[in-house]
Design a protein around this ligand. Sequence first.
Ligand code: UD1
Length: 422
Amino acid sequence: MAMDAFEIKGGRPLSGEVTISGSKNAALPIMAAALLTREKCVIHHVPDLSDVRFMVEILKSLGARVEFDGDTVVIEAAQIREFGDYELIRKMRASICILGPLMGRLGRARVSLPGGCIIGARPIDLHLKGLRALGAKFVIRGGYVVGTGSHLGGAEVFLGGRVGPTVLGTGNIMMAASLADGVTVIESAACEPEVVDLANFLNAMGARVEGAGSPTVTITGVKQLHGAEHTVIPDRIEAATFAVAAAVTRGSLTIKGARPDHLGAVLDKLREAGVKVGRRGQDIVVERSRNRLKPVDITTQPYAGFPTDVQAQMMVLMLLVPGISVITERIFEARFMHVPELCRLGAEILIEGPTAIVKGGRPLSGAPIMASDLRASAALVLAGLAAEGETVVKRVYHLDRGYQRMDEKLRRLGARIERVPE
Ligand code: UD1
């Protein structure tokens, strides 16, 4: 893999318009859902990201025909096998979402234990628990999860885990249950908009999924699913990242084609901090303001709470605000990999268990720093935009997993950011 870095010269306010790409976290399970039918599925508004390219390769390794052209993916899974490419799947956490479709369609699966961002233990016990309730059997052999269970049946499944519901786990159970005999009721289902988008796609394929977006989802199994066409929702995390980018540079930005209704918690916190942010139809508008910003406390929670995927970016804003902000991470315990790197820029942050205490108001000054996971890298880029002097963010392949051409989008907004070979 070619290693790139970003060179950022900070201190310039962003201004203008940016258009949000399709949601990565919605697109990945929706692409996997196309495995549930032999017919052709056409999925629009798919972001061009390395994670999506990975999923294309995974689906191909399972025997599907896949074309990715512009922002449209066409998938035809006429003949598939249960055995995915070990190395491919291992590289991406979200590849676990092929497990539900394979069990639903074939009653067999062989999937390597997934990898992905190193942000704490990311078990799949709830995925397996849910699928077992439908009648599947699993063993771990040679690093693979091997599933069997040729006749899945509806069941009641409680999916609340140690820290709450599971997003991809809910998706996996919805997908498998769509082709199971009888009715499945998921209790403590994840309510994220990406789960709703997947349910909408499944229903377009002929599935009967009701209640998605609430903690109780009911799936009535059908004999088979057919091809469908679908447009993926905008990426709420990308939209939030740009909103915070506007705030940290004291800029003004129109974020187009977002879904402000998916961003209630983030917009609310930005306003509480004193950022002038509003909505105009489907756009989010951040206005330049001379207001003094105020520290805020944030606790990450399942949807509709403050998203863990925006925690790192928000921390950068808090660094610029005089006073103490307290950020508590409730979803992924080790998700503070950005903290030591931010400290290289002059930040003062103390970590106490799941809590980061941010002593804001110190000036940030540019330095070489290194990205460690997807959202952490977004935070480092925002910090570079806000810092004085030059910041070099290394290993931006983490960022490329989840943000479509972020450097180009930022450059068009006036940021001085260049992609260079590391
Ligand atoms: C998805 C998102 C990710 C986001 C996360 C939480 C995708 C591709 N990724 O990840 O960007 O940060 O939701 O909003 O959609 N857990 C268990 N057992 C399980 C599954 C999860 O204990 O079987 C725990 C996890 O360790 C974590 C919590 O549950 O602490 C939530 O994880 P989960 O919702 O499953 O995250 P993902 O779906 O993997």
